[in-house]
Every structure is written in structure tokens, then in C-alpha cells.
Design a protein around this ligand. Structure first.
Ligand code: SAH
Ligand code: SF4
Length: 391
């Protein structure tokens, strides 16, 4: 993240080349305040100016300093001389027959990530990426075949939400009520590319911006962070973000989970479950979502379903059963519909909600695990994945 210079330095406003101007998108309130002071805003005005600017950026979605009419003209000029308001650039936009929208966006350095908007009855969910590629190598995940290129900055993460709101035409009109329950983009899932808990600070700062009541104002229960199980960061997520948690569980024995989600070798099922047991208490959130990808003959037996029920004991949980999205060269196939329903029935009879995720946007390859990008060029060889996953 670009951090502005120390708070008490007063620089004389001067025109900087665009590339040297600081992008305001993604700065926390404190960083924004410090940036304003650094360009000469008197300290005693800085809080008020920060609030005003914040509302223009995140409540109204304004991108041009000249339109920020409650700021003095010379202050607007100072802003324009020193700062920019930039989002990742939308390269392509595809709309599926079912209304799912997929954006391929370009970030600094020419990297590309995907953002997916999924409309549902009464709500709409945006699937946001946190990294280009992923350091982890889950053997069923397409992103896991791509090397980590870099972490996204807070601006690139919050920028995904803002560009989707642009496309949905969802910034409030002057005078119109700002009712989060009536929004097209009402929920966020951190389930795109990358492991959000390996980019903790940037994800946290971005989500703080998204949750801020004077801006985009999506409540913490409308955000779900999905992790493969980075145990040390789970309690921190509860304390510092407080959003809902989903965990890529996918197996009921360490032996199988070691191959599917290799981070299990570091923090195994028992250790992960201990951390999850504490999560709802600390974050005051409701249930934890257990994501479970259905892989034919690997993790989809009745015994697995019964073991899963036993493991979930004592944790407020729901299970999302995800039919495997096959990708070219994947070492697995999708469980049959009958198998998935039989598995779901065992969970339901034990009292767990276990919805089966309907594949969305299949015609535009918008499914999780199929999110791909220019980083494909750096794809690992299949042999390397198999070796790393211990297959
Ligand atoms: N790294 C995080 C979040 C991104 S993956 C995590 O692993 O949780 C988002 C979800 O998509 C995870 O539950 C992941 O296991 C699942 N997923 C990945 N590839 C998939 C595939 N090919 N089919 C179905 N689900 C997949
Ligand atoms: Fe990374 Fe998540 Fe894919 Fe695993 S499932 S490789 S953690 S993106």
C-alpha cells in the first residue's frame, strides 16, 4: 500500500505527473487524513475534510474533484494536483444468460483478475479476488495452478466493488434513500482468486472501507471471507474484520484433506476446528459456512457425510455443497447429482442446512475455481501440482 508521508510535513502544493499522484481509493480514513495534511490541509480542518471527501468517494461514487461542490475551489485544485481517484480498468465484461456478470479487470503491472456478480432473488453477491494467483496448491482448484504474482492492494480490492457498482448504476441519486436492503450489490464474498488471509491487512483495510457507514455501507454480516484454513489469522479476522467466515473444508480425514487442501499439513482438521469453534464467539457472528466440493469417489461417500456431521458437533455451521467445476486437466470429476443429494440428506437429517450450490454463469466460465487470468502463462505443470499435493 502507498502510505503518505508523515503527518506533520507541510508540502507546498505543486503539480505532479499523474503517475506520482497518490490514488485516494483504498486509503483508510487515517491514511486519507494524513494525506490531506501532507498537502497542506491544516490539522484542525483535516477530520472534516476527510469526512467530506470520503462521502464523495464512497457514498456518491464521484471520480472528479471538480464535482465535489462543498469543497472550496482552491482546495479542489490542490486535490487534483496531488491525488487521483482510480479504479482497476475493466478490460472485458461478459453477461451470462442467467444474469451473472463477469469482469476481467487490469491492475497495475498489467495483471488481470476476475470479479463476478451473481444476482439472486432479493440480493446480489459480488465475488471479489484478493490476490493474483495463489501460493497454495489445492489440487482441485484452477487458481492453485497459477503461481502467486502479487497481493492486491486495498484500492484494488475496494475498486472491484466500486466498478461493479458503476456497472450496476448503483451509486445513490441525490436525495434518494440509501437502503442497503434494496441493493443490487448487497453481499460480498471473498471467494475469487487468492487466499484472503495471506493478504490480511489489505483485505481488512478494504473491507473496513466497504463497511464504513458513511460510504458503501455494507454491514459486516453481508461480507463472507473464505479461507482454506490459515489458522493463526482466523481469530484476527474475528477481531479486526468481524465478517462472516467460510472455510474450504472439503474432506473429513486428514489423509484426504492433506491432498485436496495441502495447508492441512500445516494446520490439520483438529487444529482448524478449534479455531472455528472460537470464531462465532469473538466475531459475534452467526454460523460458519463449511464449503465442501463434491469430488466423485474422493470425498463424497455416506461415511464422509457421517464423519462430517461428527466433526461439526458444537460449531454453529451450515454446509455449502459445491458441485466440482471441472477445468481442463483437472485430476477429478464431479460427483453425480444423486450422490450429492444423498450426501445432503444425511447432513439435513442431522440438522445442518446444506444447500447445493447451483452452478451460475457456466456459459461465461464464471464459476469459482475457473477464474483465470493472464497469470495462466505462468501455470505450473500438472506434474508439479500432483507432486505438491502428494497425489
Ligand atoms: N482461497 C480461498 C478463497 C478462494 S476459493 C479458499 O480457498 O477458501 C473459493 C471457493 O471455491 C473455495 O471454497 C474453493 O475451495 C472453491 N473452489 C475452488 N476451485 C473449485 C472448483 N474447481 N470447483 C468448485 N469449487 C472450487
Ligand atoms: Fe488458493 Fe483457495 Fe484455490 Fe486453495 S482453493 S488454491 S487456497 S484459491
Amino acid at each position: 500500500m502507498q502510505v503518505p508521508i508523515t503527518q506533520d510535513v507541510h508540502t507546498i502544493p505543486r503539480k505532479l505527473p499523474e503517475s506520482d499522484r497518490l490514488n485516494l481509493i483504498g486509503l483508510t480514513r487515517d491514511a486519507l487524513r494524513a494525506a490531506l495534511i501532507a498537502v497542506g490541509t491544516p490539522e484542525k480542518q483535516a477530520r472534516m475534510r476527510t469526512n467530506q471527501l470520503w462521502q464523495w468517494l464512497y457514498h456518491w461514487g464521484v471520480r472528479d474533484f471538480a464535482l465535489m461542490t462543498n469543497l472550496a475551489k482552491d482546495f479542489r485544485a490542490t486535490l487534483a494536483e496531488n491525488f487521483t481517484i482510480e479504479l482497476p480498468e475493466v478490460m472485458t465484461r461478459q453477461v451470462s444468460e442467467d444474469g451473472t456478470r463477469k469482469y476481467l479487470v487490469r491492475i497495475a503491472g498489467g495483471h488481470e483478475v476476475e470479479v463476478v456478480y451473481i444476482p439472486e432473488d432479493g440480493r446480489g453477491t459480488l465475488c471479489v479476488s484478493s490476490q493474483v494467483g495463489c501460493t497454495l496448491t489445492c489440487s482441485f482448484c484452477h487458481t492453485g495452478t497459477q503461481k502467486l504474482v502479487r497481493n492486491l492492494t486495498p484500492g484494488e480490492i475496494v475498486g472491484q466493488v466500486m466498478l461493479a457498482r458503476d456497472d450496476l448504476g448503483e451509486w445513490p441519486e441525490k436525495g434518494a434513500p440509501n437502503d442497503p436492503t434494496a441493493r443490487l450489490l448487497s453481499n460480498i464474498v471473498l471467494m475469487g482468486m487468492g487466499e484472503p488471509l495471506y493478504n490480511f491487512e489489505n483485505v481488512r483495510d478494504a473491507m473496513k472501507i466497504v463497511m464504513d457507514g458513511e460510504g458503501i455501507a455494507l454491514g459486516r454480516r453481508r461480507i463472507t471471507l473464505s479461507t482454506s484454513g490459515v489458522v493463526p489469522e482466523i481469530a484476527r479476522t474475528a477481531r479486526e474484520i468481524g465478517c462472516l467466515l467460510a472455510v474450504s473444508f472439503h474432506a473429513t480425514t486428514d489423509e484426504v484433506r492433506d491432498t485436496l487442501v495441502p495447508i492441512n499439513k500445516r494446520w490439520n482438521i483438529a487444529v482448524l476446528l478449534d479455531a472455528l469453534r472460537e470464531y462465532p464467539k469473538v466475531s459475534n457472528s452467526e454460523r460458519i459456512t463449511f464449503e465442501y466440493v463434491m469430488l466423485h469417489g474422493v470425498n463424497d461417500s455416506d461415511d464422509d457425510a457421517h464423519r462430517l456431521v461428527a466433526l461439526l458437533q458444537g460449531i454453529p455451521a451450515k454446509v455449502n455443497l459445491i458441485p466440482f467445476n471441472e477445468w481442463p486437466g483437472a485430476p477429478y470429476t464431479r460427483s453425480s447429482n444423486n450422490r450429492i443429494h444423498a450426501f445432503a440428506k444425511i447432513l439435513m437429517e442431522a440438522g445442518y442446512a446444506s444447500p447445493i450450490r447451483t452452478p451460475r454463469g457456466e456459459d461465461i466460465m464464471a464459476a469459482c475455481g475457473q477464474l483465470k487470468s493472464a497469470t495462466e502463462r505462468q501455470r505450473k505443470s500438472r506434474a508439479q501440482i500432483a507432486a505438491e499435493a502428494g497425489l
